[in-house]
Design a protein. Structure first.
Length: 754
């Protein structure tokens, strides 16, 4: 039944696209494509996780153009481009004026980075495949958003060229990072860590990424030069040696760190030789997508397929965005909040970027904004996509030594100090650290008024890992070092800070004094911010619940001592009502977040079935400091807060704003919002809010439909803590069917509609 329901969500276009902004996403493993048909040609961009250049830019690997002769698209009597969700493929079918049918199937393997284009025609065709590249000589980076860590860097910055050429009957292409030009060296020197460079994680040294394009019965043709959307490119063309009814075009990708290019080429050749079982790969591909869709779904108004219905759009776009997330299930790097693998020509996001290349995105490709990144990954718990969370968890684990090194060098104590704006090494991005920072500024603190003193999101991710364990039961022993270090930093750092300021480690009540600090980016110069306090409480409480094999009695004794040093959350009266204060005190408001509700989400000190939900409700209603704090674009979390507060009408309004069709042809290409297009933390917040409308948990209790509109029918399957799966159907105002696994958890279900 699910496959049938998913068919209604397939995206189907019956005319060509105007440009790359009207592309469809496709991918698998850690490879993403933007696919579209324009001016009778099939085109696709190729992106892959971890393709970070010398400057910290995430580079696309190139663009492929497929051209058929005679061209069936020119006088087509029938044209369909369809994303088939259940199979993870794009089918393009075209019938020409002679009634001859051509079928093109595009798919990306899950467990190895191979792109397939399978062409099947009723009449003979000559097929041309052109690999198009725009990085053919050093290019001065004028707008440094794609390498945002180098904004304000006083020297010139260049994007360096790729190497591309015909090789036998294919096209070989790659980017080899020049170790003498790495941003890493500049940043380590700036951040006063030159003596420790060998201890700092550096994923760009010796990095080579690229691949090989070839096709059955094809050989070298010509090199062409042209321009696409204002950007010059060179194309290397392969053509069929003879007309054919069938043609298979493959792109093998390879990324590795090697001391010389010959080593990389040998590895690529080995990959090509070992991966020739296409039939087995296709079977694996189909099975993987079948299992993926079987994990979870939310399908709204399934009996009334109506693409104009806002509620139906919400359900469809939830599924489309989950598909996009799955395309980087096994990435070396986490899915980027500002476009993931699916950015397109930037002029179609903002026309002022006419001269920028397809590599352009705001906030950088190798930059990870923790506040935004977390919103991409939180929904994966309830959707049961536990394996997909690994790239984000591994990011912090790989860089743990770097973050602990910072703390020891700058302050002489233990614990990791992961800042809000990070690059792929785990260091703060140097734009925020400050290329022209005051000499007397604490060397461990960023020279940026938005993010200085912001470390709370290492608690966010520690809590997420612990929640992953609670939901899935998967082994998290590998990540315990990060979790412990994330907590230890706050305990040791603020004892250290208070000792420097007053000669005492703790206040008169034996509590930490968390100052100077910040309540996310918004309440500045804060003392004892509520987001940090609730994060520490939430993380340590789950640490104390861990079994002996993950946490010894001695460790738990230490953690109990820490939790007893955490100061209480502060409250304030607004309009005669008790509300959660952003902090005990602060000097000014800088941004538009609502940290006073972080005790609600993500840290769940408040919530359904927990004490004093009214205080959190009051906070939402009367204690928000700016109208823009209740926005819905991008990372704004009003949809999550209202769902958790049981405000059904508001939550539904937010859900529609969040998950309605975006401004581009593909419905789940939202943005740019505060970030870029497609905006992945826009989609992530939309998913979280919708899940919370359907299901919330507290301990063993599972609350169904706590903020679900009476007039939205829904078929759903979600995951809950303690390895629990809930499948249900709400129809005509009643919960008609429910399945729970394991069955003994049925007693823990609370139907909020009864």
């Amino acid at each position: 039944m699910l496959t049938k329901l998913l068919e209604f969500y397939n995206v189907k276009w019956c005319k060509e696209s105007l440009n790359s902004s009207e592309s469809m996403p496709l991918g698998g493993g850690d490879v993403g494509l933007n696919v579209w048909v324009e001016d009778y040609d099939i085109l696709f961009y190729i992106s892959r996780s971890g393709t970070i250049d010398e400057n910290g830019q995430m580079l696309k690997l190139g663009r492929c153009r497929l051209r058929l002769n005679p061209n069936p698209f020119k006088q087509a009597s029938e044209f369909v481009q369809e994303l088939v969700l259940s199979q993870g493929i794009i089918n393009i079918t075209v019938r020409d004026y002679n009634n001859s049918l051509v079928k093109i199937k595009l798919w990306v393997e899950i467990n190895q980075p191979i792109i397939h284009v399978d062409i099947d025609s009723e009449s003979d065709l000559t097929v041309e495949a052109i690999f198009e590249a725009w990085r053919n000589s050093p290019r001065l980076v004028v707008d440094r958003d794609p390498c945002s860590t180098l904004i304000d860097y006083p020297g010139e910055v260049y994007t360096y060229e790729d190497i591309i050429d015909f090789d036998q009957d294919g096209v070989l292409f790659y980017h080899q990072n020049d170790n003498s030009k790495l941003m890493f060296d500049k940043e380590v020197r700036l951040q006063q860590l030159d003596n420790y460079r060998n201890e700092i994680y550096n994923p760009t040294q010796n990095l080579v990424f690229g691949g090989y394009l070839f096709g059955s019965g094809m050989s070298e043709s010509e090199i062409v030069k042209d321009t696409y959307q204002g950007v010059p490119f060179i194309g290397w063309s392969l053509k069929s040696k003879a007309p054919t009814k069938k043609c298979n075009i493959d792109v093998h990708l390879h990324t590795s760190c090697v001391p010389n290019i010959e080593g990389w080429k040998a590895e690529l050749q080995k990959v090509i030789e070992q991966n020739k079982d296409k039939k087995g790969s296709w079977a694996f591909h189909q099975n993987w997508w079948s299992e993926f869709w079987g994990l979870s779904h939310i399908i709204i108004n399934p009996n009334e397929v109506n693409s104009e219905d806002p509620a139906w759009q919400v359900g469809r776009n939830y599924q489309l965005f989950r598909f996009m997330l799955a395309c980087n299930a096994y990435g070396k790097e986490p899915t980027k909040f500002n476009g993931g693998l699916f950015t397109f020509d930037p002029v179609y996001v903002n026309e002022k970027y006419l001269s920028e290349t397809p590599d352009f995105r705001r906030w950088g490709g190798g930059t990870y904004t923790a506040q935004n990144q977390r919103l991409v990954y939180w929904p994966m718990l309830k959707s049961g996509d536990f394996e997909m969370m690994k790239p984000q968890f591994d990011f912090y684990l790989r860089a743990l030594e770097t973050a602990e090194l910072r703390t020891r060098v700058y302050w002489g104590h233990e614990g990791c100090s992961f800042t809000e704006q990070l690059n792929h090494t785990g260091l703060p991005t140097s734009r925020e650290y400050g290329w022209n920072r005051p000499q007397d500024l604490d060397p461990g603190v960023e020279d940026n008024d938005f993010v200085n003193y912001e470390y709370v999101h290492q608690l966010d991710f520690a809590f997420m890992i612990l929640q992953n364990y609670q939901y899935s039961g998967q082994d998290i022993s590998t990540y315990m070092a990060f979790i412990e270090s994330a907590v230890r930093f706050f305990d040791e750092h603020y004892q250290y800070q208070h000792l420097q300021q007053t000669g005492k480690k703790l206040d008169e009540n034996g509590h930490l004094v968390i100052y100077p600090s910040t309540a996310v980016e918004t309440f500045k110069n804060a003392k004892n911010p509520s987001d940090v306090i609730s994060g520490l409480i939430a993380v340590i409480k789950l640490m104390l619940e861990l079994p002996e094999e993950l946490a010894s009695a001695g460790k738990k004794k230490e953690w109990l001592e820490i939790i007893n040093r955490i100061p209480p959350i502060s409250y304030e009266e607004k309009e005669g009502k008790r509300t959660i204060a952003p902090a005990e005190s602060w000097s000014y408001v800088r941004n538009v977040e609502i940290p006073q509700l972080y005790p609600l989400f993500p840290f769940r000190i408040y919530g359904m079935g927990r004490p004093d939900l009214q205080t959190a409700l009051n906070t939402w209603r009367v204690s928000v400091y700016h109208n823009q704090h209740k926005g819905y674009v991008s990372w704004h979390q009003g949809n999550i807060f209202t769902a958790l507060l049981g405000l059904t009408e508001e939550a539904a309004e937010f859900a529609i704003k969040k998950l309605a069709d975006g401004p581009h042809r593909f419905p789940a290409f939202w943005g740019p919002g505060h970030d870029w297009t497609p905006d992945h933390n826009w989609g992530g917040t939309g998913m979280i809010g919708l899940q919370e409308m359907l299901m919330q948990t507290n301990g063993k209790s599972i609350y169904l439909l706590p903020a679900w509109p009476d007039n939205w029918d829904v078929d759903f399957k979600l995951h809950a803590p303690f390895k629990t799966m809930i499948k249900g159907r709400y129809q005509n105002g009643k919960l008609e069917m429910i399945e729970v696994s394991p069955k003994e958890r049925l007693k823990d279900i609370v139907n909020m509609k009864e």
